[in-house]
Design a protein around this ligand. Sequence first.
Ligand SMILES: [Zn+2]
Length: 49
Amino acid sequence: MTVWILKCRDCGSEKEIDLGFNLYKIGRIYIYCEKCRKNTFHDVIKYLD
Ligand SMILES: [Zn+2]
């Protein structure tokens, strides 16, 4: 399992997410941001093994 670090494009906050597939192929992901309290685009910053 890989832990991905994502950054919200709206507020700039970072979050971790566990996913089994490679997000670099997507480049961005549309998920919920706790700060914005809505779904926003997140850029993939890095990953932790
Ligand atoms: Zn946000």
